[in-house]
Design a protein around this ligand. Sequence first.
Ligand code: IMP
Length: 415
Amino acid sequence: MGGIAIIGLQWGDEGKGKITDYFANFVDCVVRYQGGNNAGHTVVVNGKKYKFHLMPSGVLQRKKVVIAHGVVVNPEVLLNEIEMLEGNGFKVDLMLSDRAHVIMPYHILLDGAEEKFRGKKIGTTKRGIGPCYADKIARHGIRVCELIDESLLKEKIETIMPVKERILSAYGMKMDKEFFGRYVEYGKKLKKYVGNTISFLNSIIDEKKVLFEGAQGTLLDIDYGTYPYTTSSNPTIGGIFTGAGVSPKKIEKVIGVAKAYTTRVGEGPMPTEEKGKIGNYLAEKGGEYGTTTGRKRRCGWIDLVALKYACKINGVDEIALTKLDVLDGLEEVKICIAYEYEGKSLQEFPSSIKVLENCKPIYESLPGWNGSAGKKRYEDLPLNAKKYIEFIEDKLNTPVKIISTGAGREETILL
Ligand code: IMP
């Protein structure tokens, strides 16, 4: 059977939660492989809004869900999400990787302090994501298998705290020692969910359908994104192999999710950003406020230079285009087909932030439309909306197979 990957092609918030929720119906297991509670997924089911940060969206389809080792786990957030779901009548069939790294209170403090003292802010979610991944690489991390073993946890914390206390004191901060007891309790509560997710996933992937749900997006990827204005993990396709432990040969289909326009939260360049009327229109109509931090998202036109790059890196087979309805009512819609840099046309997404900051979008304009909202069949879309979609498919050389025309599960066109 094999794996399906759902990957964000922009700066996150593409609507992956809704697409994952939709596909979760047809699979046996949904896996998160990177990121942490910096992510925010909003899924609307029967008019009720569910917001997640850590839990794979498939949980709403009552499927087996896996948090693999590439994820960084805030145990308090995870326990709260389990409680919220169970309180709403959902049975949580979760397996949490014993190798996943744990976000500790000092990671959250350091995330805030680094943002405060850094010359230029990244605009992180301040959830401790970057410092936790940094500790993983520096071999200072604490993993779930240690969290659930009190003596191991104590030993680990005693090894790490002298280093952390020095760093915190340089920032003028102190650590409250009571967190050890809290973390022991978290470990006890989470223990029943913990397992070897690598063995589990490899044992089912040939027989069953497994969906890998990316968090954030390609342009926030630590390697491929707009570094340093990125997150600290790999939301791109490779993150599945390092973060969940399955072979690339097991992925049958890659679905790239892109919004019909572009949004970004936090700092960093965004060539098609519209700071005036259009930007505000998209933000208000699209409800573009972050699920995690409530920050207003920066909005602008769709960027095909960035999307082409994202399709290439991830080997996207088909695109899910979301929030098409937000463009309803505009007289014209613009599509960025290239950048202008130092008087020349640039077709490739640049590596240098300095170059990207000085790129001006070259637009093609198409006539707008009205009335795509809520449509469930392609035939019922306004002609100009179809032309917009066809233009994108043509330039990206990738078919658009899913179109989302509203927040509800049923407001989806499947081609
Ligand atoms: P961090 O992941 O909290 O370190 O934040 C780094 C950058 O990624 C900031 O610009 C955040 O706003 C952005 N970011 C992190 N997670 C998400 C997400 O799920 N959606 C959109 N932006 C995100």
